[in-house]
Write a protein of this length. Structure first.
Length: 233
C-alpha cells in the first residue's frame, strides 16, 4: 500500500495519483486536521511503515509522519519545499477576499511562530464574523446561513492548518530512504530534508506535468521496488 499526502482541491499541477501506481491511498481526506504544528498534524494521520508519497509542502508532513513510525518509511517527495509565512498570509488574504462586501484587512499574525493555534482560533472567529455579516446583509437569517458559513470557515481553516504544519524546519534524525523527484526548474531542497539516504531524480518536465510524466512514474516504481526488496532480504 502507498500512502499519499497531496492536499485536495483544484490546481493546475497533476496530482500524485496521476502516477497510476497500484495501492495508492490518500491520507488527506475530510475531515482534515486543524492543528498548528507538523507533529500535531501528523499525529492525526498516524500510519504504519508503508511508503509515503507527498507533493510539494506535504513533504514536510511526510517527514513528520516518518518520524512517528516504529519502522522506517520510504519517502517519495515530488518538488518538495516548505510552506512559508508568505504562503500563509496569501491563503488568509484569499479567504478574506472571497467574502463580499468586506473592507477590513486580514488580522495580523505577529505571534504566528510561537502561537499557531491562537492564530487559527483568531482566523476562525474573524472569518465567521465576516461571512455572517455578508450573508445577513443579503437578508438571510441565522438558520439559513449557519451551514454555508461553517463550511466556508472549515474549508479555509483546514488549508491554513495544512500550511502551518508544512512550515519551518524539519525534525532531525534518520527516516527511511528518500527519493526527491524534481521538475525541470524546481530548486533542490535537499538541505531542508532530514539527513539520510537521499536519491534525486530530475525530470525533464514542467511542474504542472511532473507526476503525470512517464519518467516520474517509472523512477518512483523502480525506487519503491528496490527499497521493498531490500527490506525483505
Amino acid at each position: 500500500m502507498l500512502r499519499i499526502l497531496d492536499y485536495p482541491g483544484r490546481r493546475p499541477e497533476a496530482p500524485v495519483t496521476a502516477l497510476g501506481l497500484d495501492g495508492m491511498v490518500g491520507l488527506l481526506d475530510d475531515p482534515l486536521p486543524v492543528e498548528g504544528t507538523g507533529p500535531a498534524y501528523a499525529a492525526r494521520l498516524d500510519v504504519g511503515p508503508e511508503p509515503i508519497l507527498a507533493y510539494c509542502a506535504a513533504s514536510a508532513i511526510a517527514v513528520h509522519l516518518a518520524h512517528r513510525s516504529a519502522r522506517p518509511n520510504p519517502l517519495v517527495l515530488f518538488d518538495p519545499m516548505p510552506a512559508t509565512d508568505d504562503d500563509i498570509a496569501r491563503a488568509y488574504a484569499d479567504a478574506v477576499a472571497q467574502v463580499p462586501g468586506g473592507s477590513e484587512e486580514p488580522l495580523p499574525f505577529d505571534e504566528l511562530p510561537s502561537e499557531p493555534m491562537q492564530f487559527l482560533d483568531s482566523v476562525r472567529a474573524d472569518l465567521k464574523r465576516r461571512v455572517d455579516t455578508a450573508l445577513r446583509a443579503q437578508g438571510l437569517s441565522g438558520d439559513v446561513i449557519a451551514e454555508p458559513a461553517a463550511h466556508f470557515v472549515r474549508q479555509h481553516l483546514s488549508y491554513l492548518s495544512y500550511l502551518l504544519a508544512a512550515r519551518g524546519a524539519l525534525p532531525d534524525g534518520p527516516v527511511g530512504p528518500m527519493l526527491q523527484v524534481l521538475s525541470r526548474e524546481h530548486s533542490d531542497h535537499h538541505g531542508w530534508l532530514p539527513s539520510g539516504q537521499l536519491t534525486t531524480l530530475r525530470i525533464d518536465s514542467d511542474r504542472a506535468g511532473l507526476t503525470a510524466h512517464e519518467a516520474a512514474r517509472s523512477g518512483t516504481a523502480s525506487f519503491l521496488a528496490t527499497v521493498m526488496r531490500r527490506q525483505h532480504i
